[in-house]
Design a protein around this ligand. Structure first.
Ligand code: GTP
Ligand code: SPV
Ligand code: MN
Length: 649
């Protein structure tokens, strides 16, 4: 009985609770909390026979393996949403947040709070299709490969009978506006109602997707939260299996299999697994780009509007920039997406981008009415919070919300469901809000445009406390590819990395490449073609620190000043000087009007030869260690030219 201790103990409390409930709970959804009664697969909610043969086949094969006691075909309706939410509240998994309409807080098992990069694999017959050739003795850091044989074993070991006593939810979802020529469809099978609810926010999920899909193929996504080998759940409210967690991708057959975690990118399979890892392999085949980028519209006081894409690593400011409130008068920001961009050149050679997602899964800590008032507005209804703290008056709390909550009047229950000691983290550093994009007050009018929005500039960036200027522009496309490939950033809480070391994170995609990074570089280089209008490419760094460890640049809404400089540069204004690393702002060219404490711009725009020579050594060593003979010739040439420029500087 895989659900062991959890089900037996838990079903008692649920039974007691249910007796006192006024509303009728859907019986078919109750199986997850009823132990012992092994129901047959015939117990189905939804019209199984109405599904296409391909979908029925996928479900039958998966059900044969997982042996769920029940099947629940999600239609994405409001009613279904309410029923599943009730189920979670009833069994204690979700707690209503009364201050916000239709919003809930879920606390996970403390062992399941972030993506697990070390347990994420790409499966191809040939290893080097998935990962680059590394130097012997070097730990590979650009993805993990697994053979088809080992994948089969890993799946069998974990999935056999993994859903006995549980419900298998069937989630048909579209990445991209339903029916858009740029959209792609997936079917996710999961035993987590929390995942079903979150997927309904993050993707377009439900019956209409099935209509568009017809008899066509789809990306197959199988997910199970898992049961520890011992059968005993540490946290019965959040079953997971951290020891055996594994996230597998098979690009050849467009398959994703994820076991052991219910958190974020590990379990909402449309996001990183599909839109980035599988997405990038499809994009390579079809000649487009699947990127870890926000998409935003930026309008200046002359009413000139441009769209930008920006690739920053996890927890490095995409959501914040995408919905920024400009500090300068007359500027406007509109949000198309905050995490992922699918981009392709159209027949006129214009790069067009769509946001494949339907919601924001944003970092909570640091978000407040000063740093990101738009996000604070967006999350006021229909939001699922995960691992934040709650207040005694029915609200939420996290680090950065100290001025929004009366800490004397309310008591705070921390993310571990203990009274907060005012010392440890109230919210987990990777706690998140999951909220519908359509609720964002500054959502761009074209955010669901089927053909996408035209991208004029791409930004790369990361957390660089030292040496890297506030902004610089790449010299040309090939140099831009080198700038993206050379990205580095301080580690954050979004994944399992410990400490604040500076990690290489090329294109902010290190955890998300679906194929060999060397081939990815070649693919980027190949984007430049006769007749195409290549976007201008910049590198930004909001995170420089002074000797006292304080941020030198005010950031957030003040980043308008940098976007304004970028726009002027794109419009051909004389605002930049050439340096070996690219074009940096001319003295005085960044508008500092109205800033109370003007930052040290000389320092923020300085190009320090010694720093960049060291940086270049590290990048060359990284390429040498991680890509060896796979490193494309174009990059070798670019590196050579860069060293020449630096040594002459
Ligand atoms: P993922 O969802 O993990 O991909 O992260 P993201 O890139 O969307 O990062 P997000 O915008 O959520 O920001 C993460 C953290 O960085 C938050 O704690 C923010 O408060 C902080 N942050 C964002 N922008 C700035 C900025 O301009 N300056 C400073 N100092 N911090 C920032
Ligand atoms: C990221 O880590 O880049 C995220 C969060 O956007 S997750 O969905 O968990 O990957
Ligand atoms: Mn992200």
């Amino acid at each position: 009985m895989p659900d062991g201790k959890y089900s037996v103990q838990h079903s008692v409390t649920i039974q007691e609770k249910r007796n006192s409930l006024k509303y009728k709970v859907l019986t078919s959804a109750e199986t997850n909390v009823l132990s012992g009664k092994t129901r047959s697969f015939e117990d189905i909610k939804g019209n199984f026979d109405g599904l296409s043969a391909k979908i029925r086949n996928f479900i039958e094969k998966s059900a044969d393996l997982c042996k769920p006691s029940q099947l629940y075909i999600c239609d994405g309706s409001e009613e279904e949403n309410t029923q599943l939410l009730q189920l979670l509240v009833e069994n204690g998994v979700a707690k209503p947040i009364d201050k916000y309409q239709n919003s809930y807080l879920v606390r996970t098992n403390p062992a399941d709070t972030a993506r697990v990069e070390s347990k994420t694999f790409i499966c191809t017959p040939d290893k080097y299709t998935s990962v680059p050739r590394t130097k012997s003795g070097v730990t590979p850091s650009l993805g993990n490969w697994i053979s088809p044989e080992d994948m089969e074993i890993a799946v069998k070991e974990r999935f056999t009978n993994c859903m006995v006593g549980r419900t298998m939810y069937v989630l048909p979802f579209s990445m991209g506006p339903v029916g858009s020529p740029l959209a792609k469809i997936g079917i996710q099978l999961t035993d987590s109602p929390y995942v079903a609810l979150s997927m309904r926010i993050m993707t377009r999920m439900g019956a209409e997707v099935l209509k568009v899909l017809g008899d066509d193929d789809f990306v197959r996504c199988l997910h199970c939260v898992g049961t520890p080998k011992s059968g005993v759940h540490e946290n019965p409210l959040w079953p997971c299996d951290p020891e055996r967690t594994i996230i597998l991708h098979k690009p050849e057959t467009n398959e994703i299999v994820s076991y052991g975690s219910g958190y974020g990118g590990n379990s909402l399979l449309g996001k990183k697994c599909f839109a980035l890892r599988i997405g990038s392999t499809i994009a390579k085949k079809e000649g487009w780009l699947a990127e870890h980028m926000l998409i935003m519209g930026f309008t200046n006081p002359k009413n000139e509007k441009m769209y930008l894409g920006a690739a920053f690593p996890s927890a490095c400011g995409k959501t914040n920039l995408a919905m920024m409130t400009p500090s300068l008068k007359g500027y406007k920001v509109e949000c198309v997406g905050d995490d992922i961009a699918w981009m392709r050149f159209d027949k006129d050679g214009i790069l067009k981008a769509v946001n494949p997602e339907n919601g924001f899964f944003g970092v909570a800590p640091g978000t407040n009415s000063k740093s990101n008032p738009i996000a604070m507005e967006t999350i006021k209804k229909n939001t699922i919070f995960t691992n934040v703290a709650s207040t005694s008056n029915g609200g939420v709390f996290w680090e950065g919300m100290e001025e929004e909550v009366d800490l004397k009047e309310t008591t705070i229950t921390d993310w571990k469901n203990k009274e907060w000691d005012h010392q440890s983290n109230a919210a987990h550093p990777n706690s998140r809000f999951c909220t519908p994009a359509a609720q964002c007050p500054i959502i761009d009018p074209s955010w669901e445009s089927p053909e996408g929005v035209p991208i004029s500039a791409i930004l790369f960036g990361g957390r660089r406390p030292e040496g890297v200027p506030l902004v610089y522009e790449a010299r040309d496309w090939k140099h831009a590819v080198l700038v993206g490939a050379s990205m580095r950033s301080e580690a954050t809480a979004a994944a399992e990395h410990k400490g604040k070391m500076i990690m290489h994170d090329p294109f902010a995609m290190r955890p998300f490449f679906g194929y060999n990074f060397a081939h990815y570089i070649e693919h980027w280089v190949s984007m430049e073609k006769e007749g195409r209008k290549m976007p201008r490419v910049f590198h930004v760094n909001w995170f420089r620190k002074d000797a006292n460890g304080k941020f030198m640049w005010p950031g957030f809404g003040e980043n308008t000043r940098v976007l304004d400089w970028i726009m002027r540069r794109c419009n051909g204004e004389d605002v930049a000087v050439e340096t070996p690393i690219g074009w940096v702002p001319k003295p005085g060219s960044i508008n500092l009007e109205g800033l109370e404490n003007p930052p040290n711009m000389e320092e923020l725009t300085k190009v320090d030869k010694e720093f960049f020579l060291k940086e270049l050594d590290q990048i060359e060593k990284y390429f040498d260690d991680q890509l060896t003979t796979d490193l494309p010739e174009t990059m070798k040439d670019e590196l050579k030219r860069y060293r020449e420029r630096l040594s002459k500087y």
